[in-house]
Design a protein around this ligand. Structure first.
Ligand code: AMP
Ligand code: MN
Ligand code: MN
Ligand code: MN
Length: 276
């Protein structure tokens, strides 16, 4: 049985381990096919690829693109693209370039409720200053004792309706698919079970995604319950999507599951990695 993990993060975005360490850990966990999918950034790919190939794994180029859809922040994973593609690189640069301004606005909001120094504090946690993320804010709020862990931060702060959350213009669904498919890759809806969408809205997302050239959805994800897996298996069959799977590992102690420790993909689905 092959162990496949097509969704994880390194310190090139908001993961805790350097890209090479992520690949090394995946190899130790017996992963056979690995994709590194940092948020909006491909900087970690060369190091992860080198270690993965050295360890005898198949390595797939990946990225997780932040988009806005229906007023929600949705994530589109791109897999198996040419990472030298100019339009993909320019597109990701445009998404990254908004992050610093957003972080400053988040920091100003948190200052209003008496939490000071968040921009500088979060930046200290960001290995890649171009990729400042809410995860770095969360680590800073834990560091200064505002919350006991990162999970609690995302319950009380920096999420819609809570202090420190600001609206932001990300890429569109259409752009994200165009960049990935234009670079020869496959566009995948990341962890569809995580979005606060009712069935009708989910169908709308799936239909738009398909019409725009999206080909796969994550069925098995570190953040999916068994019920999510069943629901998205049915949607994959109904819409003719291939099935992807990934841990969404961010680092030891800060993840749903470890690299490669995924439930099996249900029978009768077409694994996205079969075509790689
Ligand atoms: P951003 O892309 O800056 O909006 O940050 C989103 C990141 O925050 C996600 O990729 C996760 O790493 C992290 N995150 C979001 N929600 C949660 C949560 N409920 N618990 C832990 N981490 C979260
Ligand atoms: Mn993340
Ligand atoms: Mn995500
Ligand atoms: Mn992710």
């Amino acid at each position: 049985m092959q162990i496949v993990d097509l969704h994880c993060h390194s310190s090139a975005s908001d993961g805790l381990l350097p890209p090479a360490e992520v690949a090394r850990r995946a190899a130790e966990n017996g992963v056979n096919i690995l994709a590194l999918t940092d948020h909006d950034d491909m900087e970690g790919l060369p190091d992860a690829r080198a270690v993965a190939l050295e360890a005898g794994m198949q390595f797939i180029n990946g990225v997780e693109i932040s988009i806005e859809w229906g007023g929600l922040q949705v994530h589109i994973v791109g897999l198996n693209f040419d990472d030298r593609d100019a339009a993909l690189n320019a597109g990701l640069l445009s998404v990254r370039s908004g992050r610093v301004g957003r972080a400053q606005r988040m920091s100003a909001e948190l200052e209003k409720i008496g939490i000071e120094g968040c921009f500088a504090g979060a930046m200290r946690h960001a290995e890649n200053p171009n990729l400042i993320s809410r995860a770095h804010f969360a680590r800073y709020l834990v560091e200064i004792g505002v919350c006991k862990d990162v999970r609690s931060v995302f319950e009380s702060y920096i999420v819609p309706g809570r202090p420190g959350y600001v609206e932001h213009r990300w890429a569109t669904l259409e752009e994200s698919i165009r960049w990935v498919v234009g670079a020869g890759g496959t566009a995948v809806i990341a962890h569809p079970g995580r979005y606060k969408l009712n069935r009708a809205e989910m169908r709308q997302l799936l239909e738009e995604f398909k019409a725009l050239g999206g080909q796969a959805i994550e069925v098995v994800s570190g953040s999916h319950s068994p019920e999510n897996v069943a629901v998205f298996s049915r949607f994959a069959r109904e819409y003719g999507f291939m099935a992807s799977c990934g841990s969404d590992f961010h680092g030891p102690g800060e993840s749903y599951i470890d690299l490669g420790r995924l439930a099996p993909t249900p029978q009768g689905l077409t694994p996205v990695w079969e075509a790689f």
